[in-house]
Each structure stands twice: as structure tokens, then as C-alpha cells.
Design a protein around this ligand. Structure first.
Ligand SMILES: *Cc1c(COP(=O)(O)O)cnc(C)c1O
Length: 356
């Protein structure tokens, strides 16, 4: 039996979108492939509110995160982190031999714009790395305010990991004034895993031209050429392009404001349930709308709970890394609807005897 995914990625994929993935391959330099690439890019530009370049990458999101590290800074990165995915940004800098400092915030808390502003005022940095929605702690960082702080420093480029927010929150790339924003397709965009996308500015591509050792697969300059041609840098997963093309059409038909409202409703319902029976992990006012991270105040055996949920056809997320069992996570993103959330919470109530 398929277990409905209430984990923070991958998420449920609509059957019509899954079916798109089984189309026969086409030549990746054919006119058909170019038309497909152009359609996907045009829809992504609409979704992201940008008229600039959009990169398509046959890799998970971490690939494009590494692209940012290889191409994004001449001087030193400020890696802002309040959880495991922020830590990943900083680790990638180190592993690629790039100069970087972390700006660390306690897990469960959100990053504040003033902290970023104070760090940038030192003049040490030419690029900032930020996680929009920190999936490990269920914290939604105040991206608009952080981006506004970055805009006070026109030579500093802001790069955003929007992996678990894009497709749920209506993100306006040009209004943010960021130089790069990336996401995988397997979270709130609700496509099968293995593909990722990124909006960049022309000036980010220009900066990359002057940086050495950008590598091959994740070179911004190569990706920019591919964007111009509406083709892959190398052979892309055309299966993902077909699926993404349909799913983007579905998302834009639902409209982003409606989609964001739907996610807020699911998050509010899950938080109310969690407050009644447990407690929330994130600090108040900064809770994610795509997943709810819950303090396991009842000492519930999370793997055992998941074994019982599996019999009903569902799975939830345990805490991430060192938060395992101390917290657990219920994701409500992408194709999940309020009815699904109600059904899941009812099952957990039954299994744990919460309403007796
Ligand atoms: C899932 C996730 C990633 C990693 O994505 P992959 O597609 O597995 O590489 C990075 N950042 C955030 C915020 C995530 O939620």
C-alpha cells in the first residue's frame, strides 16, 4: 500500500503529473525539447515573479546550493544558519575551499534582519546565504526583512534556499532584490525528486565570469547559456521537464495566493492540534506554513507511531538529526489538502488515545 507522505519532502505527486514522467524520451537538442524547456522556464518566471534567467538542473537542490558556493562570491560568504540546512550552506563553503563565516542562531529561533545588517556592516562579506524555511526546525525566517537589510548593501549578493517554501509561499524574486533563489521540485512544488530550479540575476552571472574554478556541471555561465538556448547544460531529465510543465500549469491555475492560503489553513489546524496535545518547537510568530515541528512532550515513540500510521497508509517525519524523537514533524505541503490533515490527526488521536 502507498503511504501518503506527511514528511517534509518528498511529497505527494498528482497522478496526472506522475503519468507525465513515463513519456518516451526525446532528443535533448530537438525542437521539441527546446519548446518544452521554454514552456517550463516561462511558467517558472511567472511563479517567481522574474523576467531574468532561470536555471534548470537535473540534480537535487543541494546541487544548486553548491553552484551558488562555486559561483557566488569573490570575497567571503556570510552563511546564516538556524538549523541543519543553514549549516549545510556553511559546510559547503568549507568543503569547496571558500571563505565563509557562519551567523548562528539557536535552533528553533528565527534569524533577525538586524543580525544580518550588523554582520554586513563589517564590510567583510560580498554574499549572504539564507534558508527561507528551515525544514529541520520548522522555522520560517522573515525573508522580506532580511532581504531589505541586504539591499542596504548594494554590492552584497543575497542567495536564498527556498527549497521547502517555493510553491507554498508566493515568493517575489524581483521585489526581494535577491541575486539567486533556488528550490527542488519534490517539496511544495510536488513533483518527483531529482530536479531543481533557480532564478538568478544577470549580475550574478557577470560576477561568476570573473571567478575561477567554477567547475563544469554547476557553472553559472554554462547554465546561463543553457537558459538562452532553453535547453539543458547536459542531457536533462526530460521526464522531470514534462512533469514540471504540467505541475506548474496546475499551480498557476490554482494561483499562488490561493495556494498560500491553503497552506496557511493546514498549518493553523496542525498547530492548534499540536498546542492542545504537545507544544510547538519554533518560536512563536515564526512557524513554517509547510510543516509543523512539534516538541514531543509526551515522549511518544515516533517510529512506533509511524508503524501504526503505515497500516492506515500514512507516514509523518521524525525530528531532523539531533532533534530526532525530541521533536517530530508533520508536513502539510504541495498536494496535501486540509481533509488529508484532518484524517491524519484523527488517526494519531486514535493511536495515542488523545481524545479519550
Ligand atoms: C530538503 C531541503 C534541502 C535539500 O534538498 P535536496 O533536494 O535533498 O538536495 C535543502 N534545503 C532545505 C531547506 C530543504 O528543505
Amino acid at each position: 500500500m502507498h503511504k501518503r507522505l506527511f514528511i517534509p519532502g518528498p511529497t505527494e505527486v498528482h497522478p496526472d503529473v506522475r503519468r507525465e514522467m513515463s513519456r518516451p524520451p526525446i532528443g535533448h537538442r530537438s525542437q521539441e525539447a527546446t519548446a518544452l524547456g521554454a514552456s517550463v522556464i516561462a511558467q517558472l518566471q511567472q511563479l517567481l515573479h522574474t523576467s531574468g534567467p532561470v536555471f534548470l538542473s537535473t540534480s537535487s537542490s543541494s546541487g544548486l546550493m553548491e553552484a551558488v558556493i562555486r559561483n557566488g562570491s569573490r570575497q567571503r560568504f556570510l552563511a546564516v544558519t538556524c538549523g541543519a540546512f543553514g549549516d549545510r550552506w556553511h559546510a559547503m563553503c568549507r568543503l569547496n575551499g571558500k571563505a565563509a563565516d557562519p551567523l548562528e542562531v539557536e535552533w528553533g529561533r528565527a534569524v533577525r534582519a538586524e543580525q544580518v545588517r550588523a554582520a554586513l556592516a563589517t564590510g567583510r562579506y560580498d554574499a549572504v546565504l539564507v534558508t527561507h524555511n528551515e525544514t529541520s526546525t520548522g522555522v520560517l525566517n522573515p525573508l522580506d526583512e532580511i532581504a531589505a537589510a541586504c539591499r542596504e548593501f548594494p554590492d552584497v549578493f543575497l542567495f536564498v534556499d527556498a527549497v521547502s517554501s517555493l510553491g507554498a509561499l508566493d515568493v517575489d524574486f524581483e521585489a526581494l532584490g535577491a541575486d539567486g533563489l533556488l528550490a527542488g521540485v519534490q517539496k511544495a512544488l510536488a513533483v518527483s525528486p531529482g530536479f531543481s530550479i533557480m532564478a538568478v540575476t544577470e549580475r550574478a552571472v557577470e560576477r561568476a565570469r570573473g571567478i575561477e574554478n567554477r567547475g563544469f556541471y554547476f557553472d553559472f555561465v554554462r547554465h546561463s547559456d543553457a537558459y538562452d538556448r532553453k535547453q539543458g547544460v547536459t542531457t536533462p531529465s526530460t521526464s522531470h521537464l514534462y512533469a514540471l510543465d504540467l505541475q506548474l500549469r496546475r499551480i498557476l491555475e490554482e494561483t499562488m495566493p490561493a495556494r498560500e492560503a491553503r497552506h496557511r489553513l493546514m498549518a493553523e489546524r496542525t498547530r492548534a492540534w499540536a498546542r492542545e496535545h504537545f507544544a510547538l518547537f519554533p518560536e512563536e510568530g515564526y512557524e513554517s506554513i509547510t510543516l509543523t515541528a512539534i516538541r514531543n512532550t509526551r515522549g511518544v515513540d515516533v517510529p512506533a507511531l509511524n508503524r501504526q500510521l503505515a497500516e492506515r497508509g500514512a507516514v509523518i517525519g521524525n525530528g531532523y538529526g539531533r532533534l530526532k524523537n525530541e521533536t517530530f514533524r508533520i508536513a502539510h505541503m504541495g498536494e496535501i489538502r486540509l481533509e488529508d490533515v484532518e484524517e491524519l490527526l484523527g488517526w494519531i488521536d486514535d493511536i495515542l488515545g488523545l481524545n479519550r
